[in-house]
Design a protein around this ligand. Structure first.
Ligand SMILES: Cc1ncc(COP(=O)(O)O)c(C=O)c1O
Length: 406
C-alpha cells in the first residue's frame, strides 16, 4: 500500500498555511517543556504535530518584518520565496546529481548568469552563506594564485580568519583608518603571495573598504555579503565601483536580497578556472563536485522566483527604501544632543551611543526585542541598527528611543 505521508494532504497543508498566516502565540516555555525528552516511540500524527509546533516555530520566532525589526542583517522574506521554499522541500532536488535535479541545476545557472555581471564576474555558484563563499574564494586563490597568506582589516568578518586557518594559510590582520576601512598605509608592499580580502559592508558598521585597492595583491576577494545587492540600485551602485576588477566576490542573498537562509553566492571573474580548481571527481558522480558542499538543495529557486517577481526595479526599490529608513533614523540621532552618532551610515548600518550617562545595555533593555543589537567599535560599545526590513517604521522606533533616553 502507498504511504500517504509522501502525498499532499489538502487538509494538513491548509492547516499549515493557516498557522503560517496566523502565527499563533502561546506559552513558548511551556510548549518547549511539553516536547518529549527522548525520541517518542510512537508518532502522534501530522495534524497534532502541526498544532503543537506552530506556537513554537511560528509564534516563538522573532518577527523580522515587524515595524520595530531593525537589529540585524536578517531581513523578512517575501511570500513568493516561502512558496518556492515549500516547493523545494517537496521535490527535494539534489544538485550534486544532474540525474535527480534535471532542471534545478539550470535554474541555479540562470540566476547566477543574471547576477554575476552586476559585479563584473562571469559565473559562480550558490553556497549556504558567505562563510562558505569566502572559504571557497580563498581556496580558489590558493590553487590558482599560489597564495600562502590572507590579509584583511581587523573589521573583516571572522570567516576570513577561519578560512585561512582551515586552508593552512598565514593570516595577517591590519588596522583600519579614520573612516573604519582597511588602512592602505598598513598593507605590506609585497602582496605577490597574498590574498587581500576587502569588505563591502562590514558586519559591525557597514563600512566599504577602499575598492581602489583591488589588484594590489595576487588575488583580491571582495566580501560583499551585506552590501553587494546595492550594486543593483542605480542610486547606490556607485558605492561599489571597482568591484568588477576583483578576482572573486561573495554576496549573501539571505541578507539584502531578502532570501530565506541558507542562501549565499560565490562569484568569480574567471569561473571556469576557479570551478576547476575547487572540483573533485568521484566514481559515483556524473559531473564533478564543485565547491565545498556535496549534496545540496536548490537555494537558487526562491532567489530566482523573487527576482522574477520583483525584477531589477523591484529589488532596487526595496534597497532604496531601507537605505532611506537608515538615513531617516541617522538624521534624528545626529540632531539629538542626548546621543552620539558614530558616522553617517554608508550601507544602512547605524551605530550610536547615549551621552546622558545611561549605559548601552540599560538603554537597550527598554527597547522592543529585535529593534537593536550592540557592537564594539573604536573601543566603545554602541547601539547598532541594521535597516534590512523595508516595513520598519522609524516613527515607532524613534518613539521607543526617545522614551528610553528620557
Ligand atoms: C561581511 C560579512 N561577511 C561574511 C559573513 C558570514 O556570512 P554567513 O553568516 O552567511 O555565513 C557575514 C555575516 O554576517 C558578514 O556580515
Amino acid at each position: 500500500m502507498r504511504d500517504s505521508s509522501f502525498s499532499a494532504d489538502q487538509a494538513g497543508l491548509a492547516q499549515g498555511l493557516a498557522a503560517l498566516l496566523d502565527r499563533p502565540k502561546g506559552d513558548v516555555a511551556a510548549a518547549l517543556a511539553a516536547l518529549p525528552e527522548s525520541l517518542p516511540a510512537a508518532g502522534q500524527g501530522e495534524i497534532q504535530t502541526l498544532t503543537q509546533l506552530a506556537p513554537l516555530v511560528l509564534g516563538g520566532a522573532r518577527h523580522l518584518g515587524a515595524e520595530t525589526a531593525f537589529a540585524h542583517m536578517d531581513p523578512p522574506t517575501p511570500w513568493i520565496a516561502w512558496v518556492a521554499a515549500l516547493w523545494n522541500a517537496s521535490v527535494n532536488q539534489n544538485l550534486l546529481h544532474p540525474d535527480v535535479a534535471p532542471v534545478a541545476r539550470d535554474l541555479e545557472a540562470q540566476v547566477v548568469a543574471w547576477l554575476a555581471p552586476w559585479f563584473g564576474m562571469d559565473g559562480g555558484h550558490l553556497t549556504p552563506g558567505s562563510t562558505i563563499a569566502n572559504f571557497t574564494a580563498l581556496w580558489a586563490a590558493r590553487e590558482l594564485a599560489a597564495v600562502d597568506t590572507v590579509i584583511a582589516s581587523d573589521t573583516v568578518h571572522l570567516s576570513a580568519a577561519k578560512a585561512a586557518h582551515l586552508l593552512g594559510l598565514k593570516y595577517i590582520s591590519v588596522p583600519t583608518d579614520q573612516r573604519g576601512g582597511v588602512d592602505a598605509a598598513e598593507l605590506p608592499g609585497d602582496l605577490s603571495r597574498t590574498a587581500l580580502v576587502l569588505t563591502a559592508g562590514t558586519t559591525s558598521a557597514g563600512v566599504i573598504d577602499d575598492l581602489g585597492l583591488i589588484g594590489r595583491a595576487a588575488w583580491t576577494h571582495v566580501d560583499a555579503a551585506w552590501a553587494g545587492p546595492l550594486r543593483l540600485s542605480p542610486r547606490y551602485a556607485g558605492l561599489l565601483d571597482g568591484i568588477e576588477k576583483a578576482d572573486s566576490v561573495a554576496v549573501s542573498p539571505h541578507k539584502w536580497f531578502f532570501q530565506p537562509k541558507e542562501s549565499g553566492l560565490i562569484l568569480f571573474r574567471d569561473s571556469a578556472a576557479a570551478h576547476q580548481a575547487v572540483s573533485f571527481n568521484g566514481a559515483y558522480l556524473a559531473v564533478p563536485n564543485v565547491g565545498v558542499l556535496g549534496s545540496h538543495g536548490a537555494a537558487a529557486v526562491p532567489l530566482l522566483a523573487t527576482l522574477l517577481a520583483w525584477g531589477h526595479d523591484g529589488v532596487a526599490k526595496r534597497l532604496d527604501q531601507t537605505m532611506a529608513l537608515a538615513d531617516d533614523l541617522a538624521a534624528r540621532l545626529a540632531a539629538d544632543p542626548r546621543v552620539e552618532l558614530w558616522r553617517q551610515p554608508e550601507t544602512a548600518v547605524i551605530l550610536w551611543r547615549p551621552m546622558n550617562g545611561q549605559s548601552v545595555d540599560a538603554l537597550r533593555q527598554q527597547f522592543p526585542a529585535g529593534m537593536s543589537s550592540a557592537t564594539t567599535v573604536d573601543g566603545h560599545l554602541w547601539v547598532r541598527h541594521v535597516a534590512a526590513n523595508p516595513n520598519a517604521d522609524i516613527e515607532v522606533i524613534w518613539t521607543a528611543i526617545d522614551a528610553a533616553l528620557g
